[in-house]
Design a protein around this ligand. Structure first.
Ligand SMILES: Cc1cc2nc3c(=O)[nH]c(=O)nc-3n(C[C@H](O)[C@H](O)[C@H](O)COP(=O)(O)OP(=O)(O)OC[C@H]3O[C@@H](n4cnc5c(N)ncnc54)[C@H](O)[C@@H]3O)c2cc1C
Length: 354
C-alpha cells in the first residue's frame, strides 16, 4: 500500500469531525449542518457540548464576520502593500488551492494591496537547477558548483531571465504567500524548484547574512497549504506525525533562513474529504484572517545570539543551562533532546523560543 493510499483510506474511514483551530479536535456545535449532526452522533457528544471556537464545517451556519474593506481602519488596511502569491497547483481556478489563491487575491486587493501571482504550472516554471541558469561563462572551469556559480552570476547580473523575473517580484513584495497542496510531507517539486532557483545566494542569503540577519527581514512570508490527511493524523500522536516537524524545513530552513518574518501557516485540512459547506468555511476563514494579516505576530525562532560560532553554532552554554530546567525544547529543531514545544511552527503566540 502506498502512502497515498494509506492517508486516503484512513481519512475515509475516520469519523467525520469538524475541526477548529490548529491542534484542536472538537465536537461540532448544535447550530451546525448535517455533517455536524453526523459528527456529533459519531462522537456521541452530549447535546449541550459546543465548540469553543467556530469550526470550518459549522461556519456557514454561524454568523461569519468577514471584516470589510470599508469597515477596516487604516491601521488594519494593507493599502499600498505589495503581495506576491507563489502558487503551485495544476488547476488555477477549480481546485481548492485555486479557490484559496483567488480568495487571497480578492481579499488583499480589496484592502488596497497590489497583488501579483506567480502561477508556476501555468507559466511552466522550470524547477530544475542546472548550469543553464547562468548566462555566459562560468566562474570556474573546475567541477560545476551550482551555489557558487549562481551567486557569482547574481552579482554580475548573469542569471537566466526567469530567475531574475521572480527575484524582482520577491524584491518588490512586502508579503509573500506560498499556496500549495502538501506533497509527500513537503511542497510540490515545482515549488521546491522555485526555492532552489530563485533564492540565490547573495540575493536571498549570505554568510553571515542569514536568519534574522538575512536580506528579507522587512518582508513577511506565509505558507498556505492543503492536505489530504486530516488534522488528527498530523498531531503528535497521529499516524503521519507532528505537522510542526513537517513545517520546520520550509519555515525555518527556507523562509526564516532568508530573514523573512514568518507568519503562522494557514493549513486547510483535508478539503477533499470535507462537505461543501465546510470547504466554504475554510475559504471564509482564510479571507477573514487576511483582513488583519498585517497586524499578525510572527512565529518565534531561536535568535542567532543564542548560538556560539566558536563551537560551530551550537546553543551557547547559558542557553543550554537554562534549557536543562525546562520541560521542553526551545524549538522543533533546537529541542536539546527534550519534548518538542507544542505548536512551535503553527502558532505565532508560542513563547517557547522567547
Ligand atoms: C503527489 C502527491 C503527494 C501527496 N502527498 C501528500 C502528503 O504527504 N500528505 C497529505 O496529507 N496529502 C498528500 N497529498 C494529497 C494532497 O495534499 C491533497 O490532494 C490536496 O491538498 C488537496 O487540495 P486540492 O486543491 O488539490 O483539492 P481539490 O481536489 O482541487 O479540491 C477538493 C474539493 O474542493 C472543491 N472545491 C474547489 N473549489 C472550491 C470552493 N471555492 N469552495 C468549496 N469547495 C471547492 C473541489 O471541487 C473538490 O471537491 C498528495 C497528493 C499528491 C498528488
Amino acid at each position: 500500500m502506498t502512502l497515498s493510499h494509506l492517508w486516503c483510506s484512513l481519512t475515509a474511514l475516520a469519523p467525520e469531525v469538524s475541526r477548529g483551530h490548529a491542534g484542536d479536535v472538537r465536537p461540532a456545535p448544535r447550530q451546525g449542518g448535517a455533517s455536524c449532526r453526523q459528527a456529533r452522533t459519531a462522537l456521541k457528544s452530549p447535546p449541550e457540548t459546543r465548540c469553543a471556537a467556530p469550526c470550518p464545517a459549522c461556519l456557514p451556519a454561524l454568523p461569519v464576520r468577514v471584516t470589510s474593506v470599508e469597515g477596516a481602519s487604516n491601521k488594519m488596511s494593507g493599502a499600498g502593500k505589495r503581495v506576491l502569491i507563489v502558487f503551485a497547483h495544476q488547476e488555477p481556478l477549480r481546485s481548492f488551492n485555486g479557490a484559496l489563491k483567488e480568495a487571497a487575491v480578492q481579499a488583499l486587493s480589496k484592502q488596497g494591496c497590489q497583488v501579483e501571482v506567480s502561477d508556476l504550472y501555468a507559466s511552466t516554471f522550470n524547477p530544475v537547477a542546472t548550469r543553464a541558469d547562468i548566462l555566459g561563462d562560468l566562474k570556474s572551469t573546475e567541477s560545476f558548483r551550482y551555489g557558487e556559480e549562481t551567486a557569482a552570476a547574481w552579482e554580475k547580473g548573469k542569471l537566466s531571465q526567469d530567475i531574475v523575473n521572480e527575484q524582482k517580484k520577491v524584491q518588490d513584495a512586502d508579503l509573500v504567500i506560498f499556496q500549495f497542496p502538501l506533497y509527500w510531507f513537503s511542497m510540490p517539486a515545482i515549488m521546491k524548484g522555485w526555492m532552489d532557483r530563485v533564492l540565490t545566494r547573495g540575493f536571498a542569503y549570505g554568510f553571515p547574512q542569514f536568519y534574522e540577519s538575512g536580506p528579507f527581514t522587512k518582508k513577511k512570508a506565509l505558507i498556505s497549504i492543503t492536505t489530504g490527511g486530516m488534522e488528527s493524523m498530523y498531531g503528535p500522536t497521529g499516524v503521519n506525525g507532528d505537522i510542526n516537524v513537517i513545517l520546520w524545513p520550509m519555515q525555518q530552513g527556507m523562509l526564516h533562513f532568508c530573514g523573512f518574518q514568518v507568519l503562522a501557516p494557514q493549513i486547510s485540512w483535508s478539503p477533499s474529504f470535507m462537505p461543501e459547506e465546510g470547504r466554504k468555511g475554510l475559504v471564509a476563514m482564510w479571507e477573514q484572517r487576511l483582513a488583519s494579516v498585517w497586524q499578525e505576530k510572527t512565529l518565534k525562532f531561536a535568535p542567532l545570539e543564542l548560538f556560539d560560532p566558536k563551537k560551530g553554532f551550537v546553543l551557547n552554554d547559558d542557553t543550554v543551562k537554562n534549557l536543562s530546567t525546562k520541560p521542553q525544547g526551545l524549538t522543533v529543531g533546537q529541542h536539546a533532546g527534550k519534548p518538542l514545544p507544542p505548536n512551535n511552527q503553527t502558532k505565532a503566540n508560542d513563547a517557547s523560543a522567547e
